[in-house]
Ligand binder design. Structure first.
Ligand code: SAM
Length: 206
């Protein structure tokens, strides 16, 4: 599948399954990973949650006193996020082209989202994150543990196809470094099923 058509499939897919996805979004609280980031930050700092979906991570950040902005490609996911956090700013944006000012956020979070972007763009996406982070800004991202690329015709029987594209753990860590970050910490979450393992990385803009 070509880059643009894969991105459109993901956008349409999440527009269709937004209610199903968000209602089952309790399988991982992510409190531990988020705390690793927030303990290094001052309350009130600005955090951009990329691929924010219905706002699961944005809600935790906002509850903890951070100034949260969300970005997502799916209008329907964004609608749910706005409902959950009416005071936060949300933008409909493709993470490959974040139209936000340079050096503008103290941190970026990106959970379970880059895995839906064709992997030929992953370095570009990470460089884009670096551009909008302030000097020494932090990135907390979940990536994949093994290489894979493909489409499922009806994900979870929710009535829409879905696409994933990912590298393995070593390559992902290399990419984060290559994009201009220092990797501070990484961990594979092996609590879920074998085919649903994630690599969490905390990195700092060099
Ligand atoms: C698995 S959901 C995760 C949502 C949220 N981060 C969470 O933890 O609940 C993936 C999200 O990434 C968004 N997404 C996928 N590709 C994207 C892209 N190219 N740009 C921005 N958002 C994207 C989807 O629309 C979806 O809301």
């Amino acid at each position: 599948m070509k880059g643009e058509s894969a991105v459109r499939l993901v956008e349409k897919g999440y527009d269709k399954i937004h209610m199903c996805y968000s209602s089952q979004r309790i399988w991982r609280s992510n409190l531990k990973e988020v705390a690793l980031l927030t303990k290094r930050m001052e309350k009130g700092a600005s955090i951009l949650d990329v691929g924010c979906g219905a706002g699961a991570i944005a809600k935790i950040l906002s509850k903890n006193g951070f100034n949260v902005t969300g970005a997502d490609i799916s209008s329907n996911m964004l609608r749910l996020a706005k409902k959950a956090l009416p005071k936060a700013r949300f933008y409909k944006m493709d993470m490959r082209r974040l139209k936000l000012p340079k050096d503008s956020f103290d941190a970026i979070t990106c959970f379970y989202a880059i895995i839906h972007v064709p992997r030929q763009y992953h370095l570009k996406v990470l460089k884009g994150f670096r551009r909008i982070l302030k000097p020494s800004g932090l990135l907390l991202i979940s990536m994949s543990t093994g290489p894979a690329e493909g489409t499922i015709a009806d994900w979870q029987d929710w009535g829409a196809p879905m696409y994933w594209s990912q590298f393995g753990k070593r390559r992902n860590i290399q990419l984060v470094r290559k994009a201009g970050f220092k990797v501070l910490w990484n961990r594979v979450d092996s609590t879920g099923p074998k085919d649903d393992r994630h690599l969490y990385i905390l990195a700092q803009k060099r």
